[in-house]
Design a protein around this ligand. Structure first.
Ligand code: ADP
Ligand code: MG
Length: 255
């Protein structure tokens, strides 16, 4: 099947530092792909180029067969690329369900003249999206009072309101307690399964990566040094050495 996302020789230099160095990969439809690597490996720089935040120094980014290199974040979003968790994107003064309704209204490009009716608009669809994340019972609470893990699941529901073909998630579980991390990644895996969405994510917790990723890519000093299944990566001595400095084996870590 044709890739939904592809990079070819993607490169980003900051002065003399090559943060992303000739990186080429593809994301298949419905694939849950992890990008791992030590701090400073270039993961976020890579994501920022995919999302239009940073212009590459070299190479190209392709979405569904189109060269989208150099497009703005807004243009990339409009293609159907969802992103989560870079910023807290919820409105604290609105309720949980209203936040999702706003995203649906924006997606369907309804204008604000509908505001008197907005309380009803897309409410059922919004509840259905919340229900996926186990948040339907919190629909009428204000976002300001949500627990951190619930807020992160709400951000995922908001991203899905735009009906993306791919979700880009840079450290989605940062700052979450281990049980909440597991819940969020389980939800992400369910979304991949149910909706056929592709997901590219970074994550420090190797247990989370090994439990859910379909495929793993390893970045070190800007370059891709390995790629394969969970078993391939877990058993790769070179990856263990580079990624964990040789002293630890996968399974013992908890970032
Ligand atoms: P990761 O997300 O894998 O931890 P980053 O992509 O954030 O890695 O960083 C990769 C390298 O690029 C690091 O050495 C970092 O200091 C450097 N870097 C990232 N952003 C900038 C920037 N805006 N200006 C200069 N150097 C940067
Ligand atoms: Mg990062």
């Amino acid at each position: 099947m044709n890739p939904v996302l592809e990079t070819r020789h993607l490169t980003k230099a900051f002065g003399g530092l090559v943060a992303v160095d000739d990186v080429s990969f593809q994301v298949a439809p419905g694939e849950l792909l992890a990008l791992i690597g030590p701090n400073g490996a270039g993961k976020s720089t890579c994501f920022n180029m995919l999302m239009g935040q940073l212009k590459p120094t070299g190479g190209t980014v392709w979405m569904k067969g189109d060269n989208v290199t150099g497009r703005t974040p807004r243009q990339i979003w409009a293609l159907g690329v969802g992103r989560t968790f870079q910023i807290t994107s919820t409105y604290p003064s609105m309720t949980v369900v209203e936040n999702v309704q706003m995203a649906l209204i924006s997606h369907h490009k309804r204008v604000y003249s509908v505001l008197p009716f907005a309380r009803r608009l897309y409410r059922d669809e919004a509840i259905a999206l919340l229900d996926m994340g186990g948040l339907a019972d919190q629909a009428d609470r204000h976002c300001a009072v949500l627990a951190y893990g619930d807020l992160k699941r709400l951000e995922l529901a908001i991203a899905l309101a735009h009906d993306p073909f791919i979700l880009l998630m840079d450290e989605p579980t940062a700052g979450m307690a281990p049980t909440e991390r597991v819940k969020l990644m389980q939800l992400t895996a369910d979304i991949v399964e149910d909706r056929g969405v592709s997901v590219l994510f970074t994550e420090h917790d190797m247990d989370v990566v090994f439990a859910h990723a379909h495929r793993i890519m390893v970045l070190n000093r800007g370059a891709l040094i390995a790629e394969g299944s969970v078993d391939d990566i877990r058993g790769d001595p070179h990856v263990q050495e580079v990624y964990l400095g040789g002293g630890t084996v996968f399974g013992d870590t908890d970032a």
